[in-house]
Ligand binder design. Structure first.
Ligand SMILES: C[S@@+](CC[C@H](N)C(=O)[O-])C[C@H]1O[C@@H](n2cnc3c(N)ncnc32)[C@H](O)[C@@H]1O
Length: 653
């Protein structure tokens, strides 16, 4: 786990707020950088007078107020005094403004809330303090107008009342601490000339990178990362003579591993996606949880009614942003969000904001036949169902039987009556059934977009994953394409999505599908936010239409890292009627990939010896569970029998 994750962070701001705050931070960072550079050039000790700082703080606050009044009309009016904000950026050497600190202190309470989507135990807490009085209040004091949906002002007014208590908690001590840290950092930059930031040639690391007891000095490492980024962005002027760009990059990646806790392979892969400074922003964003968000189940309620009910229970919330009419962001709550009567009766689902996007791109219509190929635990299936107003038919499939339990539970809770759950390897489609109007393939992936939620990704991913996973994704996508009806009146649509930021799992997969299935094309996703997909990456060029796909990053949009691409099938293909199942497809794909040199011989093979050991253990446990002493059974023979049976089944297939 990374250092900042350990110091558990509060929930960051809403998407719009996040982007505005980001712009302000960047401007301040630029000013700060030039200030530090000047001070270094002059090699003078910068004395920070605390009274000056107070003035500076005041003027900063005035500046923010000016900024707020400058918000264009088309953006939602955000009252910064009422909103929660992301924790102070690791590389932001100064506090943004007083409001930010105020927001931070308000958010301390949010540390208990976790945005682990649908399976979150914390939210499933049954400790529900709601009582009937609260419900009565809903009827006695309607807080929202009768419009179809509420206005942002309405929500903010109510939130203001709820948040008043928190807004009084301005933490002056914290402000002072931050100013001291700022002073210290400027001092550090001064005594360590930029020219000498790399360890001396031939030495493993700078002795100063360790504390007295031999541990990594994280303050030193953090400062060095910042300095290396500056050098890389102005290499000609700032690099040390005789040191190459790759030496700086190597050191930076080592520091990223030490500071944030990634394995070197993944750190480098992620680093390569961005400019050096943006990479640091990305790594930083992975240290904080994304905001807690819920999706209104419009089969049972409206967002306005839901918001009113939750606000009356003491939940501080706000619409996520203008791009969704069903999402609400939760700032904090006096009741467990996963156990309110509204939750239990299916009026909402805890769902990451980015998970709305593929369904919005799919744009399901009433009375259509839709396949959700990898559906568990059902966040997207239930949204599709709501968009179809419970008409038509959804096949919600998942290969993992255990996971279909939570899929079924969510479908029931959210009252989706147009859904059939099935449990196939989705590569079996269209052999099982084809001719769908639309298909969503929310593919299994490496999870590199959701590191903020699952820190284990930092150390678990290896080069093999980025061969095996895309290999499966490609087969699944071809199956999706072959299972769609190109004659569908309004459909013929396939949406491919992942919660990964890796090119191998995204652009490379959809480019592969375009090459293998010339009867599909990429079309506009209809999504109003997102960065364009890459059309080239590190020497690889993709079809120019790949630009139509959308990328989402935590540091840009304050949502999970995500990828969405929308295809339209306009002609049949010989594969539509293919009776090849998963086994044949895997075989064909493997042969093809071997020919193309995409995979090596040991690809997706198991270590037979290792495998045998595990199987023996499992047979032993299974005997014990049945009350049989394993010593009385010939386990080797049992294993051989099992292997023979397996081989026979394969042959039969
Ligand atoms: C990203 S998750 C899906 C999340 C889901 N769409 C949602 O919104 O709740 C990917 C899913 O793919 C499933 N999966 C993995 N391999 C599969 C395959 N070959 N066929 C079908 N499903 C598969 C996994 O069990 C996992 O539930």
């Amino acid at each position: 786990m990374g250092r900042r994750a350990k110091n558990k962070q509060g929930a960051p701001p809403s998407l719009d707020e996040f982007q505005e705050s980001k712009q302000r931070k960047e401007e301040k960072k630029r000013q700060r950088d030039s200030k530090i550079s000047n001070s270094k050039l002059q090699n003078k000790k910068v004395k920070i007078d605390s009274s000056n700082n107070k003035d500076k703080k005041k003027s900063k606050k005035n500046k923010v107020e000016e900024d707020i009044t400058d918000i264009p009309d088309d953006l939602p009016q955000v009252d910064y005094d009422e909103l929660s904000a992301a924790r102070k950026s690791l590389f932001d050497n100064e506090s943004d403004d007083d409001n930010e600190e105020e927001k931070e202190s308000k958010l301390e309470t949010l540390d208990d809330l976790d945005n682990d989507d649908l399976d979150n135990d914390e939210f499933d807490d049954d400790d529900d303090d709601d009582d009937d009085d609260d419900d009565d209040e809903i009827h006695e004091k309607p807080m929202f107008s009768d419009d179809e949906d509420f206005s942002d002002e309405e929500i903010e007014k109510v939130n203001a009342a709820n948040m008043e208590e928190y807004s009084k908690q301005l933490d002056l001590e914290k402000e002072q601490e931050e100013l001291e840290a700022e002073e210290e950092l400027i001092g550090l930059n001064q005594v360590q000339p930029r020219a000498k930031i790399l360890p001396p040639q031939g030495e493993d690391d700078d002795p100063a990178s360790q504390t007295k007891d031999g541990a990594k000095d994280l303050t030193f490492i953090r400062t060095r990362m910042l300095e290396i980024v500056k050098v890389l962005e102005n290499f000609k002027e700032l690099s040390e003579e005789g040191r190459s760009r790759s030496e700086y990059i190597d050191q930076l990646i080592k520091d990223i591993c030490d500071y944030f806790g990634y394995n070197p392979f993944l750190a480098e892969k992620l680093f390569n996606l961005f400019s050096p400074s943006e990479a640091i922003e990305f790594f930083e964003a992975n240290e904080i949880h994304r905001p807690v968000t819920i999706r209104t189940n419009t089969l049972l309620t409206t967002r306005r009614n839901l918001a009113q009910a939750l606000v009356n229970r003491g939940v501080n919330l706000q619409p996520i942003g203008p791009w969704t009419k069903v999402g609400l962001q939760i700032f904090d709550s006096q009741v467990p969000i996963g156990a309110t009567p509204e939750y239990l009766s299916g009026q909402y689902i805890l769902q990451a904001a980015s998970s709305f996007l593929p369904v919005m791109a799919l744009d399901p219509q009433e009375n259509e036949r839709i396949l959700d190929m990898a559906a568990a635990p059902g966040g997207k299936t239930t949204y599709i169902s709501a968009m179809m107003k419970n008409t038509g038919c959804i096949f919600a499939n998942d290969a993992n039987k255990a996971r279909t339990k939570s899929l079924i539970a969510n479908i029931h809770r959210l009252n989706c009556t147009n859904t059939i759950v099935c449990n196939y390897d989705a590569r079996e489609f269209p052999k099982i059934i084809g001719g769908f109007d639309r298909i969503l393939l929310d593919a299994p992936c490496s999870g590199t977009g959701v590191i903020g939620k699952d820190q284990s990704v930092k150390t678990n991913r290896s080069p093999k994953d980025f061969i095996d996973i895309p290999h499966l994704q490609k087969q699944l996508l071809l199956s999706a394409i072959d299972s769609v009806d190109h004659m569908s009146t309004n459909g013929g649509i396939i949406v491919y999505s992942t919660c990964s930021v890796m090119v191998e799992e995204n652009e490379a997969v959809i480019d592969y599908a375009l090459r293998k299935r010339p009867n599909v094309k990429l079309v506009e996703s209809g999504l109003t936010i997102g960065k364009d997909g890459f059309t080239s990456f590190r020497g690889k060029t993709f079809d120019s239409s790949v630009k139509l796909s959308k990328r989402y990053y935590p540091h840009v949009y304050n949502v999970d890292g995500f990828f969405v691409a929308k295809f339209k099938k306009f002609a049949p293909s010989p594969f539509d009627k293919s009776k090849a199942g998963a086994f044949e497809k895997e075989k064909m794909a493997r042969e093809e990939a071997l020919k193309e040199g995409l995979i090596s011989d040991d690809f997706a093979k198991f270590d037979d010896e290792e495998d045998k050991k595990i199987m023996k253990e499992s047979i032993k446990h299974s005997l014990e569970r049945k009350g049989i002493d394993p010593r009385t059974v010939n386990i080797d023979k049992k294993l051989t029998n099992l292997e023979e049976k397996d081989e026979e089944e394969k042959k039969l297939k």
